[in-house]
Design a protein around this ligand. Structure first.
Ligand code: OMP
Length: 273
């Protein structure tokens, strides 16, 4: 999917919501447990209930890997069930020496046909560029993450003239490997106070913003400070949507939670409409 197609979908749906599919077998509603593939059945109903309200789905691969081969099957069926015009993110946080990254790229872009993958920048250019060689596919590079540990390395001040943080150097260097048409950046909603510094370096790139909902980040702040001329935001919410209810009405409640976020997003998108 191209950047223009993504923006078009955002305008059409009045939404830049990404629904996380971090499906924990221990949190499934009881009535699904005797279906053939409870994880897929859960995802199927969540997707059917939210597909008109969001522009992306992001399964976090850990939740599927943890189940072994059965989990990979549930993931693959889930991916096939997502409508073609919705952007898909393999939240796998990969990155390794070049020839290994090549294989990760093959796994997530060819064997499974995700549109994008989250990648850690720590091993540098040759660990990231193999993911950039496939037309129409995207890298989503970790820049300033939502968790408390982002303080440990990403916020380290560098002593090279201008005061800047390590995450800013990551943005500057990685922007020379790719373009806003094949690289996005993860910036946590809990880090909204730094998003203007992010935008100063990557004004045109899409940002994947996790951390609203369960982690307490503000949709309003990140939208006000982070939006660019083509929206430029995909805001993820997972637990607050998919676990809005643990009962038989889980899909209906997920839809209500997604609708609430989408309606707030529609207000922030008014300037484009
Ligand atoms: O790459 C991510 O998606 C990610 C980066 C980050 O900085 N923080 C973060 O929470 N995430 C992911 O986003 C999702 C957040 O889920 P909720 O907190 O339930 O909305 C999880 O899948 C996390 O792994």
């Amino acid at each position: 999917m191209t950047r223009a197609q993504l923006f078009e979908q955002i305008l059409q749906k009045k939404s830049y919501l990404c629904v996380g599919l971090d499906t924990d077998p221990e949190k499934l509603p009881e009535h699904l447990l005797d279906t053939e593939d409870p994880v897929f059945e859960f995802n199927r109903q969540i997707i059917d209930a939210t597909a008109d309200l969001c522009v992306a789905y992001k399964p976090n691969i850990a939740f599927y890997e943890a189940q072994g081969p059965v989990g990979w099957m549930s993931l693959s069926k889930t991916l096939q069930h997502i409508p073609d015009n919705i952007f898909t993110i393999a939240d796998a946080k990969r990155g390794d020496i070049g020839n290994t990254s090549e294989l990760y790229a093959r796994a997530f872009f060819d064997t499974m046909s995700f549109d994008s993958i989250t990648v850690a920048p720590y091993m540098g250019s040759d660990s990231v560029t193999p993911f950039l060689r496939k037309e129409g596919k995207w890298v989503i590079l970790l820049a300033l993450t939502s968790n408390p540990g982002s303080q440990d390395f990403q916020m380290l001040p560098l002593k090279n003239g201008e005061p800047e943080y390590l995450f800013e150097q990551v943005l500057k260097t990685s922007a020379t490997w790719a373009t806003p048409d094949n690289m996005m950046y993860v910036v946590g909603a809990t880090r909204a106070d730094f998003v203007e510094r992010v935008r100063a370096i990557v004004p045109d790139s899409f940002l994947l913003v996790p951390g609203v909902g369960a982690q307490g980040g503000s949709l309003e702040d990140i939208s006000r400070l982070g939006m660019n001329k083509e929206c430029g935001l995909l805001v993820n919410s997972t637990r607050a949507i998919i676990y809005a209810s643990s009962g038989r009405d889980f899909a209906e409640k997920a839809r209500e939670a997604a609708l609430e976020v989408q309606q707030e997003m529609a207000q922030y998108l008014e300037k484009f409409l």
